[in-house]
Design a binder for this molecule. Structure first.
Ligand code: GLA
Length: 730
């Protein structure tokens, strides 16, 4: 609910559990007055204190009022060069070379429903949303700024975006434009939580206390990256899974980002999230606008668990587009880890044949089916079937898969080209990078200039021929390198600062086209695993390959970190062969299954190489997953332990909305002699109900949550044992 106090220019955004407020004061400066647990009403600007601080300047209209300074007041969208020395939200340069932005409030608009952002992914929905637009301007440069707010009450979600328009007569260069600025006047000690890592070890949770100055994570790789995620949390020092105030902020964007938080001279905190100013410069001709990506904030008054569940609900119901419209997504088998590039049609059919009787429904043909792609040294860009491997093409292969009762999916990597390809030989100027400078390779490949429509159109036309040539129900859209040599032949020298952003807009444009042309196709995103696991990609690809690391033990951490923002239904997770290709570790098929079914379940191995006992277990796993699909994919998700603490087990839980059903999964750590007796305390159950566990016993909900479930000692008799408890009410 958005409440307006027009007389005092106070704007209050209420969600179910939170309140967010801003106020335009007597100088039309837009002050941020509050964000936190819900407060019934009122003008909260009484919380703001004024004091004369040495070396904090005063706006001209304040005269000699020295206690009024932009340097100390909480700003809704921070300015640049006119008295606020903290992180600026915006920076632009008119023709006179000044870099000053003094934004003042000029008006507002309130609408039912959700705003949308042309060419950019964003949360969507109907009248359950409200939109507030605040208009601001910098009078001297005639730059206008619109701050968009979308409010989705039941998810405690507030989305934000910014549109800047040049209303003057000269050209303006926009050098920085954050999607979100959050000033906290409370001086409590805060922690900054980020999700960091590397290829095959993404989204490790890191928590550090804020210290004076700026702390930040960013990507300059052209992707949101494996290395840092565009989702960060600010929280009270004592915040935990179930306690304390925390603020999640997610950028709905897949390119370079910057998430920075500054602890100021007054021990206040400012968080900024948006496109990374690194190599960013957008030219605004008179009348032109620039729109930022969207940012999505959720505040939880009661710990991380509640924040995550709200993000999960919002992403499932208002961000992804589900081509299956609520029907179960198929359990899949992918040939990559089994064959890499060494396969032919018979081998693929052989793998599919071993999977179909076990209940696996979708066969995915991974990299290596096209052009001269026999290794990762060549072939990218030539999207025609390699008939040496697949005689008769997809027309011959797909019916063989379908005959097994399975549907068919295919791998593509549209943004890339190999030097050893017909496409590159014909169009060497289509890759990123200026002429006369040797190209930097990544995985031996170059990047096509996806900021160019002509390049995209050519690639897409080739892909369409493939997608039209057979019955295809799934596409894995991969992208396997960081961007370098970022320069486009299609733009003049003074607009090269637009290429990074135009590239990702181009990716979105093609994904959107594909989604519209093939609404039945389930697109899984992938960037060398989880290098673009972000809310931007999720708008187009309802699931994303979580990591190239399929080791069940490493996956416990990767999926744990991912779960802070992103729901289980978005995490691509497969059982693969042991010893694991990335870690060399061997864990049982049971444990691998329990971990992988906490995602979009599938297998990535040659099931012909499994024993009859393993096959039996796989059949049971697939059946179990399908039976409990709704609970796993739609239930409320509870983290029961933190795998980064190296404790004796990792556990998590799904609870149905009516709390009559729950599923608990548990994986133990490395074993030791004389293990201690352990109990596992569950969450989210109905304290007044009694539950059966795996059809047995009578377990009161309050007992399971307060005293816990005694973990059988047998689970600690070997490394990495797994258990699942299915709870139903009596
Ligand atoms: C990337 C993906 C893998 C696989 C290979 C194929 O690494 O993450 O899953 O598709 O490419 O080359």
């Amino acid at each position: 609910m958005i409440v307006l106090d027009k007389e005092n220019n106070v704007f209050t955004l209420h969600t179910q559990n939170t309140t967010y407020q801003m106020k335009a004061d007597e100088y039309c400066v837009l002050l941020h007055t509050y964000y936190g647990p819900r407060i019934r009403s009122g003008d909260l600007s009484c919380l703001i204190q004024y004091a004369d601080r040495g070396l904090s300047p005063n706006p001209n209209e304040a005269g000699h009022r020295r206690d009024y300074s932009l340097d100390t007041l909480p700003q809704e969208y921070s300015t640049c060069g006119v008295g606020d020395f903290r992180l600026p939200s915006i920076e632009f340069e008119p023709e006179d070379g000044s870099r000053l932005a003094d934004l003042r409030y000029v008006g507002f608009e309130l609408r039912k429903g959700k705003y949308s952002l042309e060419g950019l992914p964003s949360f969507w929905g109907g009248d359950e949303w409200e939109t507030l637009i605040i208009f601001m301007e910098d009078a001297a440069s005639q730059m206008s700024v619109e701050l968009f707010y979308g409010v989705l009450e039941n998810c405690d979600l507030i989305t934000r975006a910014v549109r800047v328009t040049n209303r003057g007569t000269g050209v303006v260069r926009l050098r920085r434009c954050a999607s979100l600025c959050l000033d906290f006047q409370n001086d409590g000690d805060y922690d900054f939580i980020t999700f960091d890592g590397c290829h095959a070890l993404e989204r490790n949770l890191n928590r550090s206390p804020l210290r004076p100055g700026i702390q930040s994570v960013e990507s300059v790789r052209g992707t949101s990256s494996h290395h840092h995620n565009p989702f960060v949390i600010l929280c009270e020092r004592q915040a935990s899974e179930d306690y304390g105030i925390c603020y999640g902020t997610a950028l709905v964007y897949s390119g370079n980002f910057l998430a920075a938080v500054e602890r100021t001279q007054l021990e206040h905190n400012r968080l900024l999230l948006g496109i990374n100013p690194y190599h960013f410069c957008w030219t605004l001709e008179p009348g032109a606008s620039f729109t930022t990506p969207e940012a999505a904030m959720i505040c939880s008054p009661s710990g991380f668990g509640q924040m995550s569940r709200q993000y999960h609900r919002a992403i499932r119901e208002h961000l992804i587009h589900d081509p299956l419209q609520g029907r179960q997504r198929p359990v899949l088998i992918n040939n990559w880890e089994a064959t890499e590039f060494a396969f032919n049609a018979d081998k693929l059919v052989d793998i599919a044949s071993s999977a179909a009787p076990l209940g696996i429904e979708l066969f995915v043909m991974d990299d290596g089916w096209f052009g001269t792609r026999d290794s990762d040294l060549g072939g990218l860009g030539d999207w025609t079937v390699n008939e040496n491997k697949l005689p008769g093409g997809l027309k011959a292969l797909v019916p063989r898969i379908q005959k097994l009762g399975m549907s068919f999916g295919i791998w593509i990597e549209p943004e890339m080209v190999s030097e050893d390809s017909s496409l590159y030989r014909a169009h060497p100027d289509w890759v990123l990078g200026p002429p006369g400078r040797p190209h930097t390779r990544g995985r031996s490949q170059l990047t096509l200039d996806f900021s160019r429509k002509d390049v995209r159109d050519h690639v897409y036309a080739d892909l369409r021929k493939v997608l039209d040539s057979a019955s295809i129900s799934y596409v894995k859209w991969d992208m396997n390198r960081s961007l370098t040599d970022v320069w486009s032949a299609a733009l003049p020298a003074d607009r090269q600062g637009e290429v990074f952003h135009r590239y990702i807009l181009g990716v979105y444009d093609m994904l959107d086209q594909m989604r519209q042309d093939y609404p039945h196709i389930l697109i899984e995103g992938c960037t060398g695993g989880g290098g673009r696991f972000d809310a931007g990609m999720l708008y187009y690809t309802p699931q994303i390959w979580c990591s190239d690391n399929t080791d069940a033990v490493d996956r416990l951490r990767i999926q744990y970190g991912t779960s802070f923002c992103y729901p289980v239904s978005t995490m691509g997770a497969h059982v693969s062969a042991v010893p694991n290709a990335q870690t060399g570790r061997s864990v049982s098929i049971r444990t691998r299954g329990v971990v992988a079914m906490s995602g979009t379940f599938g297998y990535e191995m040659d099931l012909n190489n499994t024993t009859p006992e393993e096959k039996k277990l796989i059949r049971e796993q697939v059946a179990f997953f399908k039976e409990h699909y709704h609970l796993i994919q739609r239930g409320d998700y509870y983290r029961l332990s933190d795998p980064f603490q190296g404790g004796p087990f990792t556990a998590w839980e799904y609870v149905s909305p009516d709390r009559k059903e729950a599923l608990v999964s548990l994986v133990t750590g490395t074993t030791h002699a004389s293990p201690a007796f352990r109990t596992l305390r569950l969450k989210g159950l109905d304290p007044a109900l009694c539950y059966r566990i795996n059809g047995e016993g009578r377990w009161p909900g309050d007992m399971l949550m307060n005293a816990g479930w005694p973990i059988p000692m047998s689970l600690f008799q070997d490394d990495y044992q797994a258990a699942q408890l299915y709870l139903t009410t009596m």
